[in-house]
Ligand binder design. Structure first.
Ligand code: PMP
Length: 292
């Protein structure tokens, strides 16, 4: 990343990539007082930009701070950044955090900073693995109870267990890990939501202690538009035995088929392929129209 040229939007202005730095006493670094977003631009347009920016504001609210830029201002900054960077298809990463003005857990008066970076990130998972279906481990850490952490926030602190879990899975040769929640129910992967298919119906865990992904909601709508039933419910890990297909959804991952979770096996089937295509046609409207 150090080598990337171009600009980063930081606290209201564009700065050179290499100059977008923070102080070592940044509160966000010590105490995880940071929230962020992950967005994707397709053909120069960021998919569901307003929803992402509103979620960023809401995440900050849940952590007790207010981002000093409105949803409209941040949206404009994302779009201008893409233009400045000459990017059409890119990943966009806005982040907001408490600065270095105060050390200690209490930092009521620290300045709230905000930055946006964008870079090309065509494949989140290795394309060959994605084609065959991803292999997932089952993580040891569990998604916390909503009374233990603000589980609806896309907050840096909640990613500590995700990075540990993903690294542990990668060390064993897996692409990612499926995480259970504090009750032992299936929750999600380390940066994407999870769906299962059985007898033509979709099953996905109720998003009551993890991020209700924007991709998740989009795919639920696409499936219902196809006349498929989608059940949001508690799923116990031993039910995985009976599911035929499985896939992940996320802004970075898009729709990614899963072939394996621990001892359980799935086929990369028709419903997964249909929803993968429907999703890509939704996020890339101009290409879809051009292809018709
Ligand atoms: N869960 C986690 C932990 C994530 O990091 C993400 C990616 N933002 C998702 C789910 C999927 O969310 P979205 O579809 O909004 O990208």
């Amino acid at each position: 990343f150090d080598q990337l040229e171009g600009l980063i939007w930081m606290d209201g202005e564009f700065v050179k990539w290499a100059d977008a730095r923070v102080h070592v006493l940044t509160h966000g670094l010590h105490y995880a007082s940071a929230v962020f977003e992950g967005e994707r631009a397709y053909d120069g347009e960021i998919f569901k930009l307003t929803e992402h920016t509103e979620r960023l504001h809401e995440s900050a609210r849940l952590l007790g701070f207010q981002i000093p830029y409105s949803v409209a201002q941040l949206g404009d900054a994302c779009r201008k950044l893409l233009e400045e960077q000459g990017l059409h298809d890119a990943y966009v990463r806005p982040i907001a955090w408490r600065g270095s003005d105060q050390m200690g857990v209490s930092a009521q008066n620290s300045r709230i900073h905000c930055a946006i970076a964008a870079w090309p990130w065509p494949a989140y998972f290795d394309p060959a693995q994605k084609f065959k279906g991803l292999r997932l481990d089952i993580a040891e850490y569990r998604r916390p109870d909503p009374l233990t952490a603000p589980s609806k926030a896309k907050a840096a602190g909640l990613y500590m267990i995700c990075t540990i879990s993903r690294h542990a899975a990668e060390a064993k040769g897996y692409a990612d890990a499926m995480m259970l929640d504090w009750r032992g129910q299936v929750a999600e992967a380390t940066s994407a939501n999870i769906f299962f298919v059985k007898d033509g119906r979709l099953h996905t865990p109720k998003a009551d202690c993890f991020l209700d992904g924007i991709t998740r909601r989009t795919v639920i709508d696409l499936a219902r538009a196809r006349g498929l039933d989608v059940e949001e419910r508690a799923i116990m890990p031993d039910e995985l035995e009976g599911f035929e297909q499985c896939f992940l959804t996320g802004t970075a991952a898009e729709v990614a088929p899963v072939a394996e979770i621990g001892p359980y096996r799935f086929e990369v089937g028709d419903i997964t392929s249909t929803l993968t295509d429907d999703y890509l046609n939704t996020v890339k409207p101009t290409k879809a129209i051009a292809a018709e």
